[in-house]
Ligand binder design. Structure first.
Ligand SMILES: Cc1cc2nc3c(=O)[nH]c(=O)nc-3n(C[C@H](O)[C@H](O)[C@H](O)COP(=O)(O)O)c2cc1C
Length: 322
């Protein structure tokens, strides 16, 4: 059970917490290969992995040489696995012929994967979509090329690029990829709990599941799903534990990025944590203050209030992944 790469979300601290809570592996936000290769500081922070093992760095790019250079830099600075992004649908990425645009030109995709494979000794994986659009489901072909090059695993998001995030992920369509290769295939898209994870595995025949959006504000979720699938009776984290995790995550971001940028990075996490703390956990004015304050002590106090002394008095257990 893996935590998906989510740009702007799966920062170092989110990955550390998710891994500690039982995710089998966690993937960094995508890192622009060309920027990492020229020593960009923000890219270095995105690829930071201290305390995360295995440390999987995802690289995005469209040219073999910068990708190979970035892969070497990532490994020199601690990456245990390099994942290549062939799934990102964003125009800023596909416009540069990276991300899912690589699925429109499998020869170029293969050159890129070959360059990364040849540049490093560690395992290399690739994350893709089903294809560019409904008329070109070519994930199985790309996975076969990846396997021939010696890549170690493949993840497939069960949507096409043209779907972006619309409609439902087609888990059954991932089965064609599973049947096309011998390396492990992980299925991704719309898994939010154990029931969906079981259904996804049954429909796809995949070796495992990768969970993305559902884990935002609940970094313990991936471990909860893994435990449920293993038949382990693991209680959901208590509200106290959730509050501790949210505060640890916030404080980690402030330490990693500094107070101003750290608070900006933390904003979306704080909103998600409060949403998961239950309806009415914070009054609107307090929620706004939490999301805008530059005072870490005030933010911590409001986060604790959301979980432990909510305005709406909804003290139900949290994180139930059943
Ligand atoms: C905000 C956001 C950022 C994402 N960033 C990345 C990324 O950096 N690399 C990548 O391969 N996929 C990225 N994705 C796609 C997810 O990894 C995943 O494939 C997709 O969200 C479907 O899985 P889910 O339904 O479990 O979220 C991103 C998705 C979202 C919503």
């Amino acid at each position: 059970m893996l935590l998906a790469p989510l740009s702007g979300v799966t920062d170092l601290h989110m990955r550390r917490i998710a891994r500690r809570c039982g995710a089998s592996a966690v993937v960094s936000e995508m890192v622009a290969a060309a920027e990492l290769a020229r020593g960009d500081a923000e890219s270095q922070l995105r690829s930071e992995g201290a305390g995360v093992s295995p440390h999987v760095v995802q690289l995005a790019g469209c040219a073999p040489e910068p990708m190979a250079r970035a892969a070497r830099i990532a490994v020199e600075t601690g990456a245990d696995v390099i994942d290549v992004n062939m799934g990102c649908p964003a125009k800023t990425v596909t416009g540069g012929a990276a991300g899912s645009a690589l699925m429109r030109d499998l020869d170029n995709a293969e050159r890129l994967l070959g360059a990364v494979r040849g540049a490093v000794e560690v395992p290399v994986t690739v994350k893709m979509r089903l294809g560019w659009d409904e008329a070109s489901f070519n994930a199985a072909g790309l996975a076969q090329r990846a396997e021939r090059l010696g890549l170690n695993a493949v993840t497939v998001h069960g949507r096409t690029r043209q779907q972006f995030y619309k409609g439902n992920a087609d888990w059954a369509a991932i089965r064609a990829v599973v049947q096309a290769v011998r390396i492990p295939v992980f299925a991704n898209g719309d898994v939010t709990g154990p029931e969906e994870a079981r259904a996804c595995l049954a429909a796809s025949g995949a070796a495992g599941v990768m969970v993305g959006r559902a884990a935002q504000g609940r970094p313990w979720l991936v471990g909860q799903i893994a435990a449920a699938l293993a038949g382990e009776a693991r209680p959901a984290p208590s509200r106290e534990e959730c509050a501790d995790i949210a505060c640890e995550h916030y404080e980690g971001l402030i330490a990693l990025y500094g107070p101003a940028m750290g608070a900006r990075h933390a904003r979306k996490h704080l909103a998600s944590y409060v949403d998961h703390a239950g309806p009415g956990a914070l009054a609107t004015a307090d929620r706004t203050r939490l999301l805008t304050t530059a005072d870490p002590a005030a933010a911590i106090e409001l986060l604790r209030k959301a979980f432990l002394d909510p305005d709406g008095h909804v003290l139900e257990p949290l994180g139930e992944a059943a």
